[in-house]
Design a protein around this ligand. Structure first.
Ligand SMILES: Cc1cc2nc3c(=O)[nH]c(=O)nc-3n(C[C@H](O)[C@H](O)[C@H](O)COP(=O)(O)OP(=O)(O)OC[C@H]3O[C@@H](n4cnc5c(N)ncnc54)[C@H](O)[C@@H]3O)c2cc1C
Length: 562
């Protein structure tokens, strides 16, 4: 277990290293040359130097045994530095995941031991030219090689596409079809028949090496089959989705904040129409505050999910999908808003937000696209809706109402309005059989994610008020600011669920004119509209917190609303 002190020391060494070796000028130069700084990646993976990967490796194999919560914090910190470098380090983690979760004790000892002791780099070879979101369509084969009736090895043939670290890894885990189904194999890069293509010329994360792999009858011994049993590959991949999606969620969060943390100080210095941009409400309330609220709602969900995974609640694939979906969409939107916030300067390389925006875009694609996340979320929660006879979100709403009774002001009653509205939308969709439309199913996924994040942020604000937040939880915002952020986000979520829910139910022919008024009432639209009261002054408060104006505002009450 990693103590808070050790974790903070690791985070500090990472930041100190970045200050010296990963300066903005160097990052921009690598990005422009489309070059992966391999020696930096190796230095960061070297156990005698930075040894970042040790945090991910269990203690029994020579690592530090970081929890999911630790890993989230490290991933956020790495993404704040550079998402390409973060992706490269993450690839070793992802590549060794099938081993961590599916390998035999001997295999773990060898391969996790080598990552810990030698800092070898891994790549994760799942995607193929024709098998992306649908991995079941993979064509790479692993043919048995038998001797005296016993399987002694496999010959692997096929192509892998878009593989992070594909051109620099020492070892790859390759998903290939055995006669009984997909299985993971540990394949060293110098084996005969194993080649990689030149690095891809990408939109973003240009510091990360991404390459196609070709395997032409590559022979591996039978002990390279992960877990020693064929056909377990997709199961082993799924076992870690909750965990790995929390990591990519942390990438979206870190990159989004990294962009905002450039836009915020910039706006205090940039004078337009006689005053800094940071004092213009039309600027802060469009470009900064809503992005902060969405990122912090996503953070809340990430922290809750990480804590639950660490508490042994299972792999939490759906929760991982919600965390990834919300954090990467929010991170992408925040980076885009940061370009806008810097105006023409934001559109140039030098100010970094343009690079961050190109980089963070990938988080909505890899480790499962946003659309696949919407589908995953919706399918699972749809089952819950059916199993509970429509009570799943009404029940969550009741829990939030109980929370509100204990802590009025943390936005729980508004989050409850979102949950009640969602339950009504889902019920209408059930009665009118609207999930036969894939678009409706996926839109429900989005509304579910917003609703659950609103509930999560209200709970986080409550825990903060009660002094019960996780000891390593991010503490950028105090109790009052968290409660305010929660109210801002819950208002957005409730209105979105009711308005868009109504739109899609109506748009798919799920309701007739005569039922419309009753449905609007069932959605709680009047209450959701009334709950918007106070939104602008809450946004004013968040802007004051972000720009360190709270003390001033309290000292000089006349400034309120000025
Ligand atoms: C820079 C980079 C690094 C990567 N690193 C790795 C790596 O290290 N290892 C690895 O194995 N893979 C890696 N990938 C691959 C990545 O995971 C895939 O690109 C991703 O899963 C999407 O697959 P695809 O590109 O084939 O798109 P597709 O699956 O063809 O999807 C195209 C579009 O269609 C949508 N779509 C797909 N299926 C459906 C559906 N059923 N219904 C509705 N819409 C759908 C998608 O959301 C997307 O918008 C990487 C990709 C990139 C670009």
């Amino acid at each position: 277990m990693i103590t808070k002190k050790t974790l903070n020391l690791s985070l500090k060494s990472l930041r100190d290293f970045a200050k010296k070796r990963l300066t903005d000028e160097e990052l921009i130069a690598w990005d422009e040359r489309d070059e992966c700084p391999v020696e930096i990646i190796r230095y960061m993976s070297d156990p005698d130097k930075l040894g970042i990967q040790l945090l991910f490796i269990p203690e029994e194999y020579g690592g530090m045994g970081g929890s999911t919560f630790d890993v989230y914090l490290i991933c956020e910190a790495m993404a704040r530095i550079d998402l390409g470098v973060a992706t490269s380090l993450f690839a070793t983690f992802l590549g060794s995941d099938p081993i961590t979760f599916g390998a035999t004790p001997e295999q773990k000892k060898i391969w996790l031991g080598r990552i810990a002791d030698e800092g070898i780099l891994f790549a994760y070879g799942a995607t193929e030219p024709e098998a992306g979101s649908d991995l079941g369509a993979l064509k790479t084969t692993a043919d048995r090689v038998e001797k005296d009736g016993k399987i002694v090895g496999y010959k692997i043939s096929g192509s892998k596409q878009w593989i992070s670290n594909g051109g620099i890894a020492d070892v790859c885990t390759i998903l290939a079809n055995t006669p009984v189904g997909p299985s993971w194999f540990i394949v060293e890069k110098d084996l005969p028949g194993f080649t990689n293509d030149k690095p891809e010329d990408k939109h973003g994360i240009r510091l990360s090496n991404t390459a196609a792999l070709a395997l032409d009858n590559v022979y591996v011994d039978a002990d390279r089959l992960v877990g020693g049993v064929e056909g377990q590959g997709l199961l082993q991949a799924q076992m870690v989705f909750g965990y790995t999606r929390v990591m990519v969620a942390a990438f979206g969060l870190g990159a989004g904040w990294s962009a905002l943390d450039r836009a915020i100080p910039y706006s205090t210095k940039r004078i337009q129409a006689g005053a800094p941009l940071s004092e213009k409400q039309g600027y802060t309330h469009k470009l900064i505050v809503p992005n902060v609220a969405r990122l912090e709602a996503a953070r809340s969900y990430i922290e809750e999910t990480a804590q639950r995974i660490d508490a042994g609640e299972g792999s939490l694939n759906t929760e991982g999908a919600i965390a990834k979906y919300m954090a990467t969409e929010a991170g992408d939107a925040a980076a885009d808003a940061s370009i806008q916030a810097l105006g023409g300067y934001g559109y140039t390389h030098e100010y970094m937000v343009e690079k961050i925006s190109r980089d963070v875009r990938i988080t909505r694609i890899y480790e499962g696209t946003s659309e696949i996340m919407e589908m995953t979320i919706s399918r699972d929660r749809w089952q819950q809706h059916l199993k509970t006879r429509g009570q799943y979100y009404h029940e969550q709403a009741r829990e939030l109402e109980a929370l509100d009774a204990r802590h009025p002001g943390v936005g729980a009653y508004i989050a409850a309005l979102a949950a009640h509205a969602l339950a009504e939308v889902m019920e209408k969709a059930r009665v009118a059989r609207l999930t036969r439309y894939q678009h409706i199913l996926l839109r429900l996924g989005e509304l579910i994610a917003y609703t659950e994040c609103a509930g999560s942020l209200a709970r986080r604000a409550t825990l903060a008020a009660e002094g019960k937040l996780h000891e390593k939880a991010n503490d950028r915002f105090d109790t009052t600011a968290l409660a305010t952020l929660s109210r801002v986000f819950a208002r957005e979520a409730a209105l979105k669920v009711a308005a868009e829910g109504l739109r899609w139910v109506c748009g798919a022919g799920g309701i007739g004119d005569s039922d419309m008024a009753a449905f609007e009432v069932a959605l709680g639209l009047p209450a959701i509209h009334r709950a918007q009261a106070g939104l602008v002054s809450d946004m004013d408060y968040i802007a004051d917190v972000i720009y360190n104006r709270v003390a001033k505002r309290e000292e000089v009450p006349a400034l309120v609303g000025a």
